[in-house]
Design a protein around this ligand. Structure first.
Ligand code: FAD
Ligand code: SF4
Length: 509
């Protein structure tokens, strides 16, 4: 009478109701498979951290008396596909039923559902007990509106969950949004909090992974892997963030520096996305810090918005628009990624730092992802699908449900403005205002044309020239088009020529 319960690599929540009292009739199934290591080329740390966390999770279940069948990447019986292994296990255990936790990726959701439809035994999907919203809740909320807005869903969820509201049900502090207070450049103080994450030695597991011929890129840091690999470590990281970084999170949320890789960001996305942490406990911890006077409201609201607002919102967009969303390319951008996306070797200092750090750490914070790397991709006209594959591979927290809407929608405007109201395009003026990258760069941030002019400038203005027909009616871009129209024709022609030359030689930048 054995029942199989499938746990995917991003479903490592020991508090799920599945894991109460052990049931001798239930076998929990976990597997390391080439299907998952190979669907896109991943950063080495991403593969290593997921496998190490899965192994830790399986050991924890066993120690609590649960039955677990763990198929390692080099297990000779491993068929290297989810359904291939499940078929074999059904036969092996003579299973009478299969249960699985709701996958977050459309790809896996479809695969399991189609496989289940052909089974002769019952197969049931169970909620992952993780998100605030159901998969289709955002779609139901926005209905047929052409433009969706994060702010609207966020306010609804604040009210529904009673988060940061006063006694009359209005937002504390009298405002829903403190973004305007949260855009400061970081002058070098306060200092970035010390990184207290433990460094794990997983050299043995890394050897197993490479021995199984799994391809990857980026630095593995196998003997000093710093990502939390279980719930206890994730909780410790949450506490360290609340205490040392949250108080400054708001003010420097949009800042960037060559002297810092995370500034006051939480580094919690991996723990959240593999579900070691629940978003509710992260939000509650931040709100409690504000109530106890340990962090200002501007910081706490800014942080809560990322999790309660953006994280739930992008998931809603994903489930509403897949599978077609993956192919969106509203601006018809098709250029391949320059080769320095794979080694960080470019003279553009901002990109060298953001990409170099991504390759070394499998991490860059939001503004590096959006306003440096994504911004360049957008204004240079790189293929959104090529960028999507890069982002999906490179970041420790990259799972398609959250990466795809951020890349295609927010960063590349490839959905034509469904997710965000205007393209996140910026010139050197923006990067110079929010960072210290430009000092010492080989390019000149104040010049638009000429061999030493910052490439962001010509590409920025040319982007708006090229897409005038689609973008000029957008009221949020009225100022940009007024500035563009004030430029003499000769200047606009020089910008177009410089942008064309840059696009033709991206590898050399
Ligand atoms: P913090 O800045 O400390 O924020 C706290 C938490 O809020 C994060 O851990 C994350 O769970 C959530 N969050 C913040 N911004 C977003 C957002 N825009 N969408 C969803 N959740 C958000 N996030 C991922 O989790 N996985 C991805 O694959 C991913 N790809 C991205 C690709 C691009 C092009 C861009 C612009 C953003 C992407 N993000 C992604 C969102 C965001 O950049 C990361 O969540 C964040 O940088 C993770 O670092 P942190 O934990 O230090 O975040
Ligand atoms: Fe980046 Fe341009 Fe500044 Fe150099 S000058 S760091 S390329 S924005």
């Amino acid at each position: 009478m054995t029942r199989l319960r499938l746990i995917l690599g991003d479903q490592l929540n020991p508090c799920h109701s599945w894991f109460g009292e052990p049931d001798p009739h239930v076998v929990h199934v976990m597997m390391e498979i080439r299907q998952e290591t190979d669907y896109v080329r991943h950063h080495a740390q991403k593969i290593l951290a997921i496998f190490a966390a899965m192994r830790d999770f399986a050991a924890g279940l066993k120690s609590r008396g649960h039955r677990v069948r763990y198929i390692a990447i080099d297990d000779p019986s491993n068929r290297q596909s989810l359904t291939g292994n499940l078929d074999a296990l059904i036969r092996h255990y003579d299973a009478v039923e299969v249960e699985y936790l709701a996958p977050d990726e459309w790809r896996l959701d479809r695969q399991v559902a189609e496989w289940a439809a052909g089974l002769s035994i019952p197969c049931r999907m169970t909620d992952s007990e993780h998100f605030y919203t159901a998969r289709d809740e955002a779609a139901a909320f926005f209905g047929t509106s052409r433009q969706w807005r994060q702010e609207a869903l966020y306010r609804r969820l604040r009210r529904k969950q009673d988060i940061l509201l006063d006694e009359s049900g209005e937002p504390v502090g009298g405002r829903w949004n403190f973004d305007a207070d949260n855009r400061q450049r970081w002058p070098g103080t306060p200092p970035e909090p010390k990184d207290t994450r433990p460094a794990h030695d997983h050299s043995g597991l890394w050897q197993t992974i490479t021995g199984a011929q799994v391809g990857s890129f980026g630095h593995p840091r196998a003997d000093a892997l710093q990502w939390p690999l279980n719930r206890a470590e994730a909780l410790a990281q949450l506490q360290a963030f609340i205490e040392h970084a949250l108080p400054h999170f708001g003010a420097y949320q949009d800042a960037m520096s060559q002297h810092s890789r995370r500034l006051f960001h939480s580094l919690l996305s991996f723990a959240l996305n593999v579900k070691m942490l629940n978003p509710r406990e992260v939000v509650d911890a931040a709100v409690a810090a504000w109530r106890q006077g340990r962090a200002p409201l501007t910081a706490v609201e800014g942080f809560v918005r990322q999790i309660l607002g953006w994280r739930e919102y992008v998931r809603g967009v994903y489930w509403a628009r897949m599978p077609g969303y993956r192919d969106s390319n509203a601006l018809s951008h098709h250029l391949p990624l320059p080769r320095w996306f794979w080694n960080g070797d470019t003279g553009m200092r901002c990109l060298a730092h953001a990409i170099g750090q991504s390759l070394e750490d499998a991490y860059a914070h939001h503004i590096q992802r959006l306003m440096v790397i994504g911004n360049f991709g957008l204004i240079a006209g790189l293929s959104p699908q090529a960028l999507h594959e890069w982002y999906l591979g490179v970041y420790i927290d990259a799972f398609e449900w959250v990466e795809l809407p951020n890349t295609l929608g927010m960063s590349q405007f490839a959905d034509g403005g469904l997710l965000g109201s205007k393209p996140y395009a910026g010139s050197a003026a923006y990067i110079g205002r929010m960072s210290d990258y430009c000092a010492g760069c080989r390019y000149r941030p104040k010049e638009r044309v000429g061999p030493d002019a910052c490439p962001f400038n010509a590409l920025y203005w040319d982007f708006f020239q090229r897409h005038r027909a689609r973008l000029s009616a957008n009221p949020r871009l009225a100022l940009v088009y007024r500035q563009l129209d004030r430029l003499p024709d000769t200047e606009r022609a020089a910008i177009a020529a410089r942008a064309g030359a840059l696009q033709a030689s991206l590898d050399a930048l």
